[in-house]
Ligand binder design. Structure first.
Ligand code: F3S
Length: 84
């Protein structure tokens, strides 16, 4: 999971920091700063809760992209694939 805060939307309500200080900190004017954009799995629930509780909807969470599937192996030379 990745998380970002839109600095143009953040108004400094600090709910994110109260819910998950391991990921969110506050700058000198009280606006949220993400300290770790890659969220450890143990903190995903708290980050999701923080995003849901931001009154400005300034927090965006996104799931990591799954690995693309590997291509099917080619048949060994001298053989042909048989469809079943
Ligand atoms: Fe800002 Fe929302 Fe946190 S307004 S300080 S991102 S709760």
């Amino acid at each position: 999971m990745k998380v970002t805060v839109d600095p143009d939307r953040c108004q400094g309500h600090a709910r994110c920091w109260e819910i998950c200080p391991e990921v969110f900190s506050l700058d000198e004017v009280g606006h949220s700063v993400v300290t770790s954009g890659d969220v450890p799995s143990a903190l995903e629930a708290e980050v999701t809760k923080a995003a849901a509780n931001c009154p400005e909807r300034a927090i965006t969470v996104s799931l990591a992209q799954p690995e693309p599937p590997l291509p099917a192996p080619s048949p060994p030379p001298g053989t042909s694939a048989v469809a079943l």
